[in-house]
Design a protein around this ligand. Structure first.
Ligand SMILES: [Mg+2]
Length: 188
């Protein structure tokens, strides 16, 4: 079977941004937020934080090397390495472009292989050519699914919506993804 183009989001798919940023919020505001409490993608929508406070904390997080120190999501490196043997891997991220060098260095250090990286908030646009997207943000997943592309959505509290789409396949963990991709390729 030929190679297909698989796009992979970075934050909360490969790098554990949510865990690190949540710990910063807990420290600064004396909260005890757990992952299960983060039921919205934007932290200010599921905490007492204002949008401005979240933005300020995010800027501090960037300035204090928060993105440098992110941990790998369990199973991501091993499975991406496996998927890359037979497919083309495109990282696609809506991170600020100021994080470009930090991001490239992080991928070198963590030894996560890929073929290409795209900086874009518009993951659903046709000009970014890929066959499958692996994502954690529901709104992005739905936009892409509506454009008739398949999305593998990694399950998190913030993406459990009561909306279903035939192009969105929800998985619990990275170890489930290789077989989902194989099945999608067989069905092509
Ligand atoms: Mg993400």
């Amino acid at each position: 079977m030929g190679k297909i183009r698989i796009a992979i989001d970075i934050d909360n798919v490969i790098a554990d941004f949510e865990g690190a940023f949540r710990r910063e919020i807990n420290k600064k505001y004396n909260y005890e937020l757990k992952r299960k409490d983060i039921k919205e993608f934007d932290f200010h929508k599921c905490t007492n934080l204002t949008e401005k406070q979240e933005q300020m904390l995010f800027n501090d997080f960037i300035n204090n090397d928060g993105f440098v120190n992110l941990k790998l999501i369990r199973g991501s490196r091993e499975n991406i390495t496996k998927i890359k043997e037979n497919n083309f891997i495109i990282l696609i991220t809506s991170r600020p472009k100021a994080l470009r060098n930090i991001t490239l260095e992080w991928f070198r250090r963590k030894r996560v292989p890929y073929d290409k990286i795209i900086w874009s908030k518009n993951k659903h646009l046709q000009k970014t050519k890929y066959d499958i997207l692996i994502e954690d943000k529901f709104e992005y997943a739905l936009d892409v699914a509506k454009k008739d592309r398949k999305v593998i959505l990694i399950d998190y509290p913030w993406n459990r919506k009561n909306i279903f789409h035939r192009n969105i396949i929800r998985v619990k963990k990275w170890n489930d993804i290789v077989s989902v991709i194989r099945k999608l390729k067989e069905a092509q």
